[in-house]
Design a protein around this ligand. Structure first.
Ligand code: FMN
Length: 366
């Protein structure tokens, strides 16, 4: 029987060879937002991973919207030129399509790189003032953000539009807005972090107002030839937080604004919340969102095995599976999944001799 995981999928005019996505993964290795040889190596490797689609890490729309000093940005001409160089090279190296995730860190910004300790930058580390829905810190050892004003919202919205135009000029195959993981947009949406009493806080409609205004502004500049999607939160994993019911409502509101695909993730609203540890913990939420909202939906979170990924797609729980750590661990995860599921993936001719058809002991010599 043919594999569902390795069946093609179209999202608008984007044709994808299979259902495997490399999830966006911050590398914390950019120079003032500029991609460099690390990204060339990292993304070049993933272009040949067997995933039909690779989503470039959270790429920040303003300098002070980065998480760390090493985060990628698209807020300057230098950022755009650097990422254009990297993307032109990695496209020549492999067959994957490339999306990009556009983001603003909000109160999770001005942080150290994770390997320096996952806390706010200290004096001497060039910290900056962060903004959020409300002046409440992400956790102990994090900066207390300033409450975002209407001027801040307008500046951030314009920055999303400007970064989107830069991403389109670079030629990304799809654009994903980061509305999850406790960053600025999710920070407005969640009642855990949004304690405002104005038109941007309180009711669900009010909490969605600023994030939806970003979506609307970005939608206005993205042509139909480039799918526009969003990563949303399926649950805050807290009694006082967003639930799968909210995820459905968020997804419906996004669909009404012209969002064309969704990635259902979860967690990250405060420093002390923890995601479940079971394999595929977001899958039931993604399945619900997919069924009730009717947009192409991908899911993410502890998807590790080819058979698990195959079952998720075959059972219609998600249209795509997005994997992060599994690809860091094994950058040819898609090749091995194809072998396990009796399917095929394109390999560059230099590596053709590991394809199951050619990899016989006699052929391996010389
Ligand atoms: C090193 C690393 C960096 C990450 N950076 C991002 C990011 O830029 N944007 C994002 O939405 N999620 C990011 N994530 C979360 C992953 O995309 C993914 O949602 C999460 O790791 C769960 O998937 P997994 O179990 O397959 O790793 C990152 C995860 C890792 C391990």
């Amino acid at each position: 029987m043919s594999s569902a995981l390795f069946s093609p999928l179209s999202i608008g005019s984007l044709a994808l060879a299979n259902r495997i996505v490399v999830s966006p993964m911050c590398q914390y290795s950019a120079d003032d937002g500029c991609a460099n040889d690390w990204h060339l190596m990292h993304l070049g490797m993933l272009a040949n991973s067997g995933a039909a689609l690779v989503v470039v890490e959270a790429t920040h729309v303003e300098r002070h919207g980065r998480i760390t000093h090493g985060c990628l940005g698209l807020y300057s001409d230098e950022n755009e030129a650097a990422l254009a160089r990297v993307m032109a090279s990695v496209r020549r190296a492999g067959s994957a399509k490339f999306g990009i995730q556009l983001a603003h860190s909000g109160r999770k910004g001005s942080a150290q790189r994770p390997w320096e300790g996952p806390v706010a930058l200290k004096n001497g580390g060039d910290p900056w003032e962060t903004i959020a829905a409300s002046p409440v810190a992400f956790g102990k050892d994090w900066h207390t953000p300033r409450e975002a004003t209407e001027d801040d919202m307008e500046r951030v919205r314009n920055a999303f539009v400007s970064a989107t135009k830069r991403a389109l000029r670079i030629g990304f195959d799809e654009i994903e807005l980061h509305l999850a993981h406790g960053y600025l947009a999710h920070n407005f949406i969640s009642p855990v972090s949004n304690q405002r009493t104005d038109q941007y806080g309180g009711s669900f409609e009010n909490r969605m107002r600023f994030p939806l205004s970003i979506v609307r502004a970005v939608r206005a500049v993205v042509p139909k030839s480039v799918p526009l999607g969003a990563r949303i939160t399926g649950s805050d994993w807290r009694a006082d937080g967003l639930t799968p019911d909210d995820a459905v409502a968020i997804a419906k509101a996004l669909k009404a604004e012209g969002i064309e695909f969704l990635c259902v993730s979860s967690g990250g609203i405060t420093a002390d919340t923890r995601n479940p540890a079971e394999p595929g913990y977001n899958v039931p939420i993604a399945a619900r969102v997919r069924k009730e909202v009717g947009l192409p939906t991908r899911t993410v979170g502890l998807i590790l095995k080819p058979e698990q990924a195959e079952a998720i797609v075959a059972q219609g729980q998600a249209d795509q599976v997005s994997l992060a750590r599994a690809f860091l661990d094994n950058p040819h995860w898609g090749w091995h999944a194809a072998k396990a599921l009796d399917a095929d993936v394109p390999r560059p001719p230099q590596y053709a001799r590991v394809s199951p058809k050619l990899w016989a002991p006699a052929a391996a010599k010389g």
